[in-house]
Design a protein around this ligand. Structure first.
Ligand SMILES: [Fe+2]
Ligand SMILES: [Fe+2]
Ligand SMILES: [Fe+2]
Length: 294
């Protein structure tokens, strides 16, 4: 099979992993704090590892990881219905991986897909168990319909965090330098924490998180990536600072200040990397001068 075709197949799987992550996180946040919500968040983290493995494989094949969100099943009025939707999503993933394992000849990629398939089969069982458990325990939807400036601000934060998670993951996959890669990934993980904090805060306060994103920067040149990332961190640090000053609740104020300080840290990390990158670009340019050999 041609590389382009394999990339296309793996990108379909990657998009569906993305959909699964958002579906499971939405359910976990909406259920409020509790053991089941924690277990579902852990499942979403396993899907993130799948997404990571698929993206790295796509890059190895010379492709670009897709940032589109694939199949989701978000209907259902009660928690057992949501859990049933999660079972169905896993069933769809299982048959798709089985089909893709048959189609792909490359032994290493086949092995990877089988590895992922085994996880999906375990997840399907977990969610079947959660259908019963949520019925037995009477788990309910904890979201409310509060709509005011605070819930609006929290949903703005969620939208921002989701956008930069995608942006930094994409940059980590496309950056050639290992230190750049590591930093992009580290900051993406920190933005995932922010997303979780904001969504939980929103549900606790009687709101309803909307997990949507804006268009992430998809530069493929390191200096362009870093410039875009510094710009967005600067804007958002200022916005969190302003929001922290405006809210009255002490706990929320502290949360926003903590996130703001993290964003300032991200900005400084990216600035250092850009400086290094520019130095190296300068050196590369000197190397290329015709008379530089002396
Ligand atoms: Fe998965
Ligand atoms: Fe953040
Ligand atoms: Fe940030």
């Amino acid at each position: 099979m041609e590389k382009e075709k394999i990339v296309e197949i793996l990108n379909k799987d990657l998009q569906d992993e993305h959909g699964a992550i958002i579906q499971y996180l939405s359910h976990a946040y909406a259920m409020g704090e509790g053991e089941m919500a924690c277990e579902i968040e852990a499942t979403a983290r396993e899907e993130m590892r799948h997404l990571d493995w698929l993206a790295e494989t796509i890059v190895e094949l010379g492709g670009k990881p897709s940032l589109k969100r694939g199949t989701m099943r978000m209907g259902g009025k009660t928690v057992p219905e949501w859990m049933q939707n999660d079972v169905s999503l896993e069933e769809g993933a299982i048959s798709q991986y089985q089909e893709h394992i048959k189609m792909i000849d490359d032994p290493k990629i086949k092995r990877l897909l089988k590895r992922i398939l085994a996880d999906e089969q375990a997840h399907r069982k977990d969610f079947m168990h959660f259908v019963d458990k949520s019925k037995k325990e009477g788990t309910t939807d904890h979201r409310g319909s509060r709509k005011d400036s605070v819930t609006k601000m929290l949903n703005w934060g969620i939208e921002h965090e989701y956008t930069v998670i995608l942006q930094y993951l994409f940059h980590s996959y496309m950056a050639p330098d290992p230190e750049d890669k590591k930093q992009f990934e580290d900051q993406a993980i920190n933005e995932m924490q922010h997303l979780g904090w904001l969504a939980e805060e929103l549900v606790d306060g009687g709101g309803n998180p909307k997990i949507e994103h804006k268009a992430p920067d998809q530069s493929t040149q390191t200096s362009k990536m870093l410039e875009a990332d510094i710009k967005i961190e600067k804007e958002v640090a200022e916005a969190y600072d302003k929001a922290a000053k405006e809210v009255e609740d002490k706990g929320l104020k502290e949360l926003l200040q903590r996130i703001r300080d993290n964003e300032i840290y991200h900005m400084d990390v990216f600035k250092d990397l850009l400086e290094l990158e520019e130095e190296q670009m300068g050196l590369r340019n000197v190397d290329q001068l015709p008379d530089s050999g002396g």
